[in-house]
Design a protein around this ligand. Structure first.
Ligand SMILES: [Cu+2]
Length: 131
């Protein structure tokens, strides 16, 4: 899967502005239940991350409430890939590097998000269906 953002460059540090163009794109978006390997390629300028969250029945991607800190709650997270050139959780995937994680997912609906400040509201979310 690919993470990215546009209209920015590496000299623009700090928190991303609301309304920045960002994307989180995964293929495929439906997989069989069991072990799922996520390989996340950050082609954006900014640091990003991938977190897998459960999605309530009937809910869609992008509908979570964003807090004052620009983030969504990570309660119930099933896995995370946020290490530059590494497996699992870390400080974020820097521009141009990749991260990966293997997660065992039962059938259900999930949402893949980037939860750095304002990235979710800027569009970094996608549904993943496991059956
Ligand atoms: Cu991001």
């Amino acid at each position: 899967m690919t993470l990215g953002d546009m209209g920015m460059n590496t000299t623009m540090g700090g928190t991303a502005p609301a309304g920045a163009q960002m994307m989180l794109q995964a293929t495929p978006v439906s997989v069989p239940a069991g072990q799922v390997s996520f390989v996340v390629d950050n082609r954006g300028w900014r640091t990003h991350e991938l977190i897998i969250l459960p999605l309530d029945a009937g809910a869609g991607a992008g509908q979570r409430t964003v807090g004052a800190d620009g983030k969504v709650t990570e309660d119930g997270a099933l896995g995370e890939a946020s290490t530059s050139c590494g497996n699992g959780a870390g400080d974020g995937i820097t521009s141009g590097s990749a991260s990966w994680v293997n997660v065992t997912l039962p059938a259900g609906h999930y949402e893949m998000v980037c939860n750095l400040a304002n990235h979710y509201s800027d569009g970094m979310h996608q549904e993943l269906d496991v059956s």
